[in-house]
Write a protein of this length. Structure first.
Length: 400
């Protein structure tokens, strides 16, 4: 593939993206990525594009950390090149390797993934951290047999890793350590030394939550006449009034809801524990409104909530909902400069509200689906002075 051919196809590529109804943010990001690559090639006097050129570009632009491997950053160029070659591009992400490990690390990574499949329900994200760690070792020219505790500690100090949840990365790395100790290493790694060295990111004293007025403002400002608005209103109602985790909301299926007896029964994604909760009217009717009027028709899927653009399918993660919620909150002018604004903050708002109404810890825990009251105590900010201003009847019935 020549750079000249890629440039010549760029206008047609833009028109096709518009016809495929990419949203304006994705369209703009894709265009910017491709144009940036053009400028990179011009500065470096590159005329012909190859896998090695692309790899070098990603590393020069994003560094050797996780960003250079993420589909979000590599997909714009891959579909532009695919269009230049075929006159079209796939609407789904291609399952191409975004990393290059030597044979030793590839073999170990395959064994690690097989090990994870027998222990965890969704091992792909866990495997991904292992991939990044092996890349880190490979860049240091270290063999697996030579891995030491300091390698894990240094890995955790990388900028691209720190941007993610450091506590989550630590937990996943601990699984990798256990695997290596059991299968690959003669000299065992000291897990206590690795995972107690340095400071952990402690839970903030008062978790993020929204006041009653803010919650009212969030819900009442949603345009429920639009299809997107009906979906967002239904999703937020489930979180605000029932305290569901976003993972459980996006995994809701038709058979989880008994509209006749007004009950919701699920197996929680995080804990794998069953949860049954009443289906109250302020949740029931927004769900029905979405299903009857806005949910894509003739789609063979048991999931209630489907993506807002074709091809319609269930949400794999809650990141899309987080982005939509964050954008909406910013649009209506709620100040969130010193707190988090994701769905979990809405879930915590319910717990905070119940606590302010003197609801027992055990009751709050059962509603939120916690495994024990100790989890609930750690989860809730026991700040009674600040809670007094949030007193609200449970459940809060929005007047519309």
């Amino acid at each position: 593939m020549t750079l000249k051919k890629l440039k010549q196809s760029f206008n047609g590529f833009n028109k096709l993206m518009i016809r495929k109804q990419l949203n304006k943010y994705t369209l703009k990001f894709t265009q910017e990525c491709v144009i940036d690559f053009f400028e990179y090639c011009n500065k470096s006097n590159i005329k012909k594009i190859s896998d090695n050129i692309l790899e070098r570009y990603y590393i020069d632009k994003y560094g050797k950390g996780s960003k250079a491997l993420e589909p979000k950053y590599t997909r714009p160029l891959s579909i532009a090149i695919e269009y230049a070659e075929k006159g079209d591009y796939s609407s789904t992400r291609l399952n191409r390797k975004k990393y290059h490990l030597n044979d030793e690390y590839e073999k170990c990574l395959s064994k690690y993934f097989y090990y994870l499949q027998h222990k965890y329900k969704n091992p792909k994200s866990i495997k991904w951290v292992g991939t990044l760690f092996f890349l880190y070792l490979q860049n240091k020219a270290k063999k697996i047999s030579d891995v030491e505790e300091i390698d894990f500690i240094d890995f955790l100090t990388q900028e691209d890793i720190i941007r993610n949840s450091i506590d989550t990365i630590r937990v996943i790395l601990k699984m990798l350590c256990i695997f290596l100790n059991e299968n690959e290493l003669d000299k065992k790694l000291n897990l206590d030394f690795i995972f107690t060295k340095g400071k952990y990111k402690h839970r903030e004293k008062l978790l993020s939550y929204f006041s009653v007025d803010e919650i009212r403002n969030i819900l009442s400002s949603i345009n429920i006449k639009s299809n997107d608005g009906k979906q967002l209103y239904a999703i937020l109602s489930i979180i605000i009034y029932l305290g569901f985790r976003i993972g459980d909301v996006i995994n809701l299926k038709i058979n989880n809801i008994d509209f006749v007896n007004n009950k919701i029964k699920i197996i929680q994604t995080k804990t794998q524990r069953p949860l049954e909760t009443p289906l109250i009217d302020v949740v029931k009717y927004p769900i029905l409104d979405y299903i009857n009027d806005s949910r894509p028709k003739n789609v063979k899927s048991d999931y209630i909530f489907l993506t807002r653009k074709a091809p319609y399918k269930n949400y794999k993660t809650g990141s899309s909902i987080y982005t939509i919620l964050k954008t909406h909150i910013k649009k209506i002018g709620i100040d969130c400069s010193n707190r988090k604004v994701g769905p979990h903050a809405l879930r915590h708002s319910l717990a905070t509200n119940m606590l302010s109404n003197n609801t027992k810890i055990e009751v709050i825990g059962s509603i939120l689906g916690h495994s024990s009251s100790n989890v609930t105590r750690a989860y809730i900010s026991l700040d009674n002075k600040n809670l007094q201003s949030l007193s609200l009847e449970v459940p809060y019935v929005l007047s519309r």
